[in-house]
Write a new protein. Structure first.
Length: 118
């Protein structure tokens, strides 16, 4: 039970809708009701260039932080590969030729990988 309102933990306190999980409920509260969720875990990214490992909440925040504090401009490039082998060759070349910090989102089925390279 949610101690403050007497509701089960998967019930939205704004519309009383019941969800399959707490994460789904929290997403509803943030997106539909546009209310910050107390106690929700915030995933932070650490700046790979800071000695004190500054924390930011979003990719845009990381891009802005790196640009303003380290004078490094991050540009986004999109590549398409005809096969997984072509992708692996490109990726290995990038690792050799580039000093990079990467936060990835892998979608190997479609040969997609999102990398933030510095």
């Amino acid at each position: 039970m949610d101690g403050s309102l007497g509701l089960p933990p998967k019930t939205c306190p704004h519309c009383s809708k019941i969800f399959s999980g707490v994460k789904v409920k929290n997403r509803q509260i943030k997106r539909v009701h546009q209310v910050a969720v107390e106690g929700a875990r915030i995933s932070l990214m650490l700046c790979p260039l800071c000695a004190d490992r500054s924390e930011v909440k979003t990719y845009e925040g990381l891009r802005k932080h790196i640009n303003e504090n380290h004078q490094v401009n991050i540009e986004q490039l999109t590549y398409q590969f005809s096969s997984n082998q072509d992708y692996e060759i490109w990726k290995n070349t990038q690792k050799i030729e580039t000093t990079y910090a990467a936060r990835r989102s892998n979608h190997m089925k479609n040969y997609k990988e999102i990398c933030y390279l510095l």
